[in-house]
Design a protein around this ligand. Structure first.
Ligand SMILES: Nc1ncnc2c1ncn2[C@@H]1O[C@H](COP(=O)(O)OP(=O)(O)OP(=O)(O)O)[C@@H](O)[C@H]1O
Ligand SMILES: [Mg+2]
Length: 361
């Protein structure tokens, strides 16, 4: 394992128990995230992006469970030894102390719906202050400004937590932070709420930030500002970001590495340039064909991906994309599931066009 890997997801399978039976939401997900880098996760609605994020956070709904696989977090060292500690998150009790201290501390998440993750009766200051007090690993810059006294005491007073909240609100571009610290979520605009979410997530200086469609509900200008802000902070604090979206344009702006999801599996991974200029998997190519490009002949119709995402209770045998694929090979694609395999230095693909390795179940 290379030293710059922060998180490895290996053969992750997640199932949900529903009335009709079992939904296999993730069916062998494999990818890794490098320290300080952005991994973009892209795929159509229902492909399993949020479930992947929630599995990493150990925040699956009550009817869901991890049926197989590993999520290895290579926890960075916070002492002089420089040795990182590797933890398999799937082995931890989802309600236990170890998970709670990692969640919000080392790994923070910005959820798809900011309104539902901010408590309406708490002020912004309380949201951030609580996170800081809970994890006792304050925002590095503020801690340094305060002469390290906070970190030494490992105890943050209410007043200090409020000061940190103001500093953070200011950092994420909330105007008049010293006043807004006392605002309630409904008094803020959508963009401001998303900035508060980022401030809460950053309050503990996480080494991994999971951002699940963090800008979907915002206008294009605010989207760009929020994304720039995340990248700026990423650089400052060497934070890795797992950025989930179904917007390829956003991915091109923010990510270095990309994983493409379809029906609970990663079908292609690679660096952003390889993905945009020489995508390998037919699903990735179909996604790319469905977005407008500069230079494209005006009036030309964008190609929609033919067919529909299969019903989770009626997934075709073999490759789950085969009934929508222009390169379908009878007798091959319907017989077994293609494994995700490296096909050059930068890319991996789960397609029998590129190799003949099947996924073991
Ligand atoms: N609590 C649950 N119970 C049953 N099925 C679930 C549950 N949560 C998710 N699923 C199923 O898991 C699959 C993946 O869902 P997920 O929310 O990860 O999709 P997504 O890729 O995030 O989509 P979107 O782009 O719409 O947010 C879907 O088929 C969904 O119906
Ligand atoms: Mg989602």
């Amino acid at each position: 394992m290379s030293n710059d890997i922060l998180l490895e997801v290996k053969n992750l399978k997640v199932e949900f128990q529903v009335r009709r039976g079992i939904v296999r939401a993730l069916d062998g997900v494999n990818f890794s995230i490098r320290r300080g880098q952005t991994m973009g996760i892209i795929g159509e609605s229902g492909s399993g992006k949020s479930v992947t994020a929630r599995a990493i956070m150990q925040l699956l709904a009550k009817n869901g469970n991890i049926a197989d696989g590993e999520i290895i977090f290579h926890q960075p060292s916070h002492n002089e030894s420089g040795q990182s500690k590797s933890i398999n998150l799937t082995q931890l009790d989802p309600d236990g102390d170890a998970v709670r201290s990692l969640r919000g501390g080392e790994i923070a998440m910005i959820f798809q719906e900011p309104m539902s993750s901010l408590t309406p009766v708490y002020t912004t200051g309380t949201h951030i202050g609580e996170a800081v007090q809970l994890h006792l690993k304050p925002y590095r810059k503020v801690a340094n400004q305060m002469g390290n006294s906070i970190r030494k005491q490992h105890n943050v007073s209410k007043k200090e937590a409020r000061d940190i909240a103001i500093e953070l609100l200011d950092r994420v571009g909330i105007p008049r932070a010293h006043e807004q610290v006392d605002s309630y979520p409904h008094q803020l605009s959508g963009g401001q709420r998303q900035r508060v979410m980022i401030a809460v997530a950053l309050s503990c200086n996480p080494s991994l930030l999971i951002a699940d469609e963090p800008t979907t509900a915002l206008d294009v200008t605010t989207q760009a500002q929020i994304n720039d802000l995340m990248l700026e902070i990423q650089e400052e604090y060497n934070m890795a970001i797992m950025y989930i979206t179904h917007d390829l344009g956003v991915i091109a702006e923010v990510a270095k590495d990309v994983a493409v999801m379809y029906m609970g599996r990663i079908v292609e991974t690679g660096d952003i340039d390889s993905l945009f200029y020489s995508a390998k998997h037919p699903y990735t190519n179909a996604l790319l064909a469905s977005i407008p490009r500069i230079g494209q002949v005006r009036g030309r119709r964008l190609e929609a991906i033919k067919g529909m995402v299969p019903d989770p209770f009626n997934v075709p045998s073999g490759c789950a994309f085969r009934n929508r694929c222009y390169d379908y090979m009878e007798g091959i694609c319907d017989k077994s599931i293609p494994a995700l395999q490296p096909i050059n230095d930068n890319q991996s693909s789960a397609c029998f066009l590129h190799h003949r390795v099947s996924q073991s179940s």
